[in-house]
Design a protein around this ligand. Structure first.
Ligand code: AMP
Ligand code: GLY
Length: 418
């Protein structure tokens, strides 16, 4: 099979790395990819939201299956377009993607179908939202409705912060039309965990659970980022918890989407908080997570192509998905200044010194004129490693990171320090 992956991050590099292991894979393409993906796939210089150009490349290269990484392509309707053209594609339609692209839609769905989430209220104008904040107990969470690159949820400790967030979203419109509506939500407390699941609209099979780290600095300090690291499995979330989430959240959500006329096929990603009152949904995503995928896929024993095809063909019930007992830890190496402004173009060196089993998934990298991989983005690499225990996986990753070097490299030192 010829397979095309959409996206350019370490998530997509990890997908290609896993797809390359399948005997069914004949050739891999990625749009647009990065320096790392270029070593195992053909990089096509097409933006993930230029869905017409992507469809043309499917015809040009005789692609048999397309796998979508970023939510922007899904929200743009890539799956609808490809279905219309008769192409195989893994991911939900634009309508089903609303579970991620509209937090208001997700909240109303959860309310209607009794899926446990934080209590909250939706506002489409500033004045009543402000009044509500004035009366609400603190802390409180302010969320922009639409896609905001993971930055649309603000946990406000003070009324001033909450009012500021409302002004940012609804007055200064920092997220554009994604801020036409906001949700003001009770602030939950507890441990966070993500459970992603494959679903063909009928069958839901959870993956292994995973934790990610969103803040830039050690000890969950600093600004929110696209994700600075992840690990699997979290020891506080076992098989009983997974079964509970499957029965109380994943399956009811999948059924609810079908009942609403938006059958969901692809990855249903539940971001969860384990509160003293029970498990609550914080958010849904409609795709593989980043950097979650970089630690989930090294644990997957089953052929990924078989799973993706089973979803596309609605035969997921026939597939048995097996996971390694090994733990996996991934640490993101970022450019100095990220998530603020940063410089790029610095060569990345030390590849040959990595232990052979250590994985270095590329994100913001490109090949420079000298043929070397150099930095080209905020998040540069995810370094991932497996081990019999979390502690061993963690030790492996952290003893290898210093072998890699680029100017201004920074990373968190406390990923999986549990
Ligand atoms: P979201 O964009 O909804 O995934 O939220 C991003 C992050 O904000 C989550 O990972 C949580 O850390 C935090 N968060 C979101 N909703 C809540 C909530 N209701 N209570 C507490 N923290 C929240
Ligand atoms: N790591 C969270 C996400 O992929 O949205």
């Amino acid at each position: 099979m010829k397979i095309l992956v959409i996206g350019s991050g370490a998530r997509e590099h990890a997908l290609l790395w896993k797809l390359a292991q399948s005997p069914k894979t004949e050739d891999l393409y990625v749009a647009p990819g990065n320096a790392g993906t270029g070593a195992i796939a053909h990089n096509l210089n097409i933006s993930p939201t230029d869905i017409e150009a992507l469809a043309q490349s499917v015809e040009q290269y005789h692609i048999d299956l397309t796998v979508v990484g970023p939510e922007a392509s899904l929200a743009e309707g890539i799956v609808n377009l490809f279905h219309h053209r008769g192409f195989n594609i893994f991911g939900p339609t634009r309508e089903a993607t609303k579970i991620e692209s509209s937090k208001v839609f997700a909240r109303e769905l959860m309310g209607k179908y009794h899926i446990p989430c934080a209590s909250g209220k939706v506002f489409s104008s500033l004045v009543p939202a402000r009044e509500y904040v004035e009366q609400h107990s603190l802390p409180v969470v302010v969320k922009a409705d639409g896609l905001a690159a993971g930055k649309g949820s603000i946990v406000a400790q003070t009324r001033g912060e909450a009012l500021e967030a409302l002004s940012d979203i609804m007055e200064r419109r920092i997220f554009g039309s994604a801020g036409d509506k906001v949700i003001i939500e009770e602030c939950l407390e507890g441990k966070e965990v993500s459970l992603l699941a494959f679903t063909d609209g009928e069958t839901v099979i959870p993956m292994v659970p995973v934790c990610d780290y969103k803040r830039a600095l050690d000890g969950d300090q600093g600004l929110n980022t696209g994700g600075m690291g992840s690990y699997s499995p979290p020891l506080f979330f076992g098989p009983v918890d997974i079964a509970e989430v499957q029965h109380t959240i994943l399956e009811p959500t999948m059924r609810a989407m079908s009942q609403e006329g938006k059958p969901f096929k692809g990855i249903l990603y539940a971001g969860l908080m384990l509160t003293s009152q029970g498990i609550r949904v914080l958010e849904f995503n409609a795709r593989f997570g980043d950097p979650e995928t970089q630690v989930i896929l090294p644990r997957l024993k089953t052929d990924l192509v078989d799973i993706l095809l089973a979803v596309v063909e609605e035969k997921l019930a026939e597939v048995k998905i097996e996971w390694s007992d090994n733990a996996c830890v991934g640490v993101v190496l970022a450019s100095e200044g990220y998530p603020g402004s940063y410089k790029t173009g610095f060569p990345i060196r030390g590849w040959d010194s990595l232990e052979p089993e250590v994985l270095a998934f590329h994100a913001g990298t490109k090949v420079n004129e000298a043929g070397e991989a150099c930095t080209a983005g905020g998040r540069v690499l995810t370094v991932a490693g497996s081990g019999k225990t979390l502690a061993k996986a963690r030790a492996k990753v952290y003893r290898n990171i210093p072998h890699l070097s680029f100017e201004g490299c920074h990373y968190r030192h406390d990923i999986a320090a549990v």
